[in-house]
Design a protein around this ligand. Structure first.
Ligand SMILES: Nc1nc2c(c(=O)[nH]1)N[C@H]1C(S)=C(S)[C@@H](COP(=O)(O)OP(=O)(O)OC[C@H]3O[C@@H](n4cnc5c(N)ncnc54)[C@H](O)[C@@H]3O)O[C@H]1N2
Ligand code: MOO
Length: 404
């Protein structure tokens, strides 16, 4: 058993429990990339709105061009955006271009490449045509009222284009979850600074903020707070005042004398849900609620911070966006032997090769220290080792989580 440490699955369940989605807001389509729809999006028009020519050529009656030779009289033209007003009669044709409405009477398009303009102006077909050839029927793509994007759809490049085609200039989306981020530690300085002796660059905020933004949230970086209770309390107040849905603290989560983040949060009114889980990296993870704000206390070690971000912050943001939780792990094969595991579920940084035969080979990287961003940046996946998993040989099946 994991002793007093909460299993990872239970911790994810507690973090994502009873989450109400954020409110809906309407945004212009041009600003909606990567946002999540709050309501279904229905077609406000039929596409195509009329029978339309799919090719440049001549609108004909298929029966007239069923057998050669054929000579047709051109009675008009229909460029895209302009309908031909009359009707195509026997042995008549209308010059037509891609995207133009098919004129009344016509039921096929003779390709321009299959037609010759004679000296007298008549059109000679060099190929026969089939009825409906090169005509896109009215409503081929969608019909007014069709629901084509459900609530919860992520508006990527294809969905945005579809929303535009449905004739929506603005779309109802979930408000971006707001995530306040506080880095803690006397040793920390912003990247690009002149480092004094014993100082460390604060890197974690950047990865956590990037994760938030990638998922469609807004990161509110409240900067670096030294190991000082009063300063930390003041910054927690700023997080509350910012209206953040989530507060992420980085570091100060463990048991050292300067690790008082949890205590200060509890003094400010946080109801602690759990502290310490059966996970490596990420054992000192903390979770609680401060008013309506959920608080995730991530361990300071950079790899621990980011792995916990992926495992706990990501599903929490997804729930705030009204999205279902999906298990994104998949099966792979070990590319190297792996030792027996202890009581903490292990997330082992690994390389990953996707073979053409459909196998995925995950090979543990040699150095697993939770401070090592070089290894973490190089890794393509995490091998998930359940508590007390026995040693496993090269070629054994394993479960992996791809890294973004
Ligand atoms: N006696 C024990 N010591 C520790 C335990 C334990 O169970 N007993 N747990 C260890 C584990 S596991 C972890 S993980 C760390 C987590 O500690 P904290 O969350 O308190 O983190 P800090 O002590 O503040 O920092 C750890 C490490 O990470 C660096 N750091 C902190 N914040 C940042 C940041 N924003 N960007 C980059 N690097 C950061 C910090 O300088 C430290 O080197 O505790 C173990 N100790
Ligand atoms: O659990 Mo700590 O996150 O290993 O370094």
């Amino acid at each position: 058993m994991a002793g007093d440490l909460l299993p990872v699955g239970d911790a994810i369940a507690r973090v994502t429990q009873d989450v109400e989605p954020t409110s809906a807001e309407t945004v212009p389509l041009g600003a909606a990339l990567n946002r999540v729809l709050a309501e279904p999006l229905a077609a406000r028009r039929t596409q195509p709105p009329f029978d339309v020519s799919a090719m440049d050529g001549y609108a004909v009656r298929a029966a007239d061009v069923a057998a050669l030779p054929v000579l047709l009289t051109q009675i008009g033209a229909a460029p895209a955006g302009h309908a031909f007003a009359g009707t195509v009669g026997p042995d008549q044709t209308v010059r037509i271009f891609t995207g133009a409405p098919v004129p009344d009477g016509a039921d096929a398009i003779l390709l321009q490449e299959d037609a010759v303009v004679e000296a007298d102006g008549r059109i000679r077909a060099t190929e026969t045509v089939r009825p409906r050839q090169h005509i896109r029927a009215k409503g081929l793509d969608f019909v007014e009222g069709d629901i084509l994007l459900p609530p919860g759809a992520r508006l990527g490049m294809r969905q945005l284009t579809l929303a535009a085609a449905l004739n929506h200039g603005e779309v109802p989306v979930r408000s971006r979850p707001r995530v306040a981020i506080i880095a803690t530690g006397d040793e920390l300085v912003a990247p690009g600074s002149e480092l004094g002796p014993h100082q460390i660059v604060a890197s974690n905020s950047f990865g956590i903020a990037a994760l938030v933004e990638l998922l469609g949230g807004t990161a509110i970086d409240l900067g670096i707070v030294p190991d000082d209770r009063a300063k930390l309390a003041a910054t927690i107040n700023r997080a509350t005042a910012s209206g953040a849905d989530i507060l992420v603290t980085l570091g100060g989560a463990s048991v050292g004398e300067h690790d008082f983040v949890r205590e200060v949060l509890v003094e400010r009114g946080m109801k602690l849900d759990f502290w310490k889980i059966a996970m490596r990296p990420g054992k000192p993870l903390m979770f609680g609620r401060l008013g309506p704000m959920r608080v995730l206390g991530l361990p300071g070690n950079p790899v621990s911070s980011l792995v916990c971000g992926l495992l706990f912050l990501k599903p929490l943001i997804q729930r705030l966006l009204g999205l279902p939780l999906v298990d994104e792990s998949e099966m792979a094969e070990l590319g190297g032997a792996i030792a027996a595991n202890d009581r903490r579920q292990d997330y082992v940084r690994a390389s990953l090769v996707d073979l053409p035969d459909g196998r995925h080979i995950a090979t543990p990287l040699p150095r697993q220290d939770s401070s090592m961003l070089s290894t973490f940046a190089q890794a393509l996946c995490l091998i998930i080792r359940p508590p007390f998993a026995p040693e496993a040989a090269k070629g054994a099946p394993c479960r992996i989580l791809r890294l973004p």
